[in-house]
Design a protein around this ligand. Structure first.
Ligand SMILES: Nc1nc2c(ncn2[C@@H]2O[C@H](COP(=O)(O)OP(=O)(O)OP(=O)(O)O)[C@@H](O)[C@H]2O)c(=O)[nH]1
Ligand SMILES: [Zn+2]
Length: 198
């Protein structure tokens, strides 16, 4: 039977614990040794937190807004971001820069960071994460345009595999006026990435 996606309710902690115990046995560890006794429980708790975005609709953070006659630019830069790549379930960590031009409604700036977290706390692809935030700010909020840049370091490229520490993956998604107008988009991208002119 297919389980509902996205899932509802709480994570199945018992199931995670059983799986973690199995992994420990499979790699040749002794899950009964003292240091590992609490590990399945700790991992289950950690996963509950790290995957909590699967159980929320991040758009809810954009619901409380203020009607404000401000149509220009809002940028929140350097929002710390930690997610798990869906291929290896290893962390990718970096920063999100989020910008939008409102159409009558602005939201509290902390809600932009909550939006990023909601989409980050699930098995992710950096490209999808970037698009989801941009879509939320454009369609969800009903803004004139949005631009989101994510810069991240993928552990699956540093701890294992190709092993390239220091490589940074940069993704950018634009919507509305920033997608339509290339000059506007590059001006904003410069502003975000140089980050010193404001
Ligand atoms: N495009 C994209 N790729 C990602 C992201 N996170 C991880 N990857 C890549 O996903 C790919 C999975 O490739 P596979 O060949 O199936 O897996 P693999 O054998 O473990 O690949 P290597 O990492 O090259 O050893 C790898 O190239 C990862 O670097 C992401 O957010 N976006
Ligand atoms: Zn990966």
């Amino acid at each position: 039977m297919t389980e509902a996606y996205p899932p509802r309710g709480r994570v199945d902690r018992e199931r995670i614990q059983r799986a973690v115990r199995e992994i420990l046995v499979a790699v040749g560890e002794d899950p009964e040794r003292e240091g590992l006794l609490g590990t399945p429980r700790r991992v289950a708790e950690a996963y509950e937190y790290l995957f909590s975005g699967l159980r929320e609709d991040p758009l809810r953070h954009l619901q409380v807004g203020f009607m404000e006659d401000y149509r220009d630019l809002i940028i929140v830069r350097d929002i710390y971001l930690a997610s798990l790549c869906e291929h290896h379930l290893l962390p990718f960590i970096g920063r999100a820069h989020v910008a939008y031009a409102p159409r009558g409604k602005v939201v509290g700036i902390s809600k932009l960071a909550r939006l990023v977290e909601g989409y980050a706390r699930r098995p992710q692809l950096q490209e999808r994460l970037t698009s989801q935030i941009a879509d939320a700010l454009y369609e969800g909020l009903g803004s004139r345009g949005s631009l989101v840049i994510v810069e991240a370091d993928h552990s699956c490229m540093t701890m294992r595999g190709v092993q390239k520490p220091g490589s940074v993956t940069v993704t950018s998604a634009s919507r509305g006026i920033y997608r339509e107008d290339g000059a506007l988009r590059s001006e904003l991208t410069d502003l975000i990435l140089r980050g010193r002119e404001i």
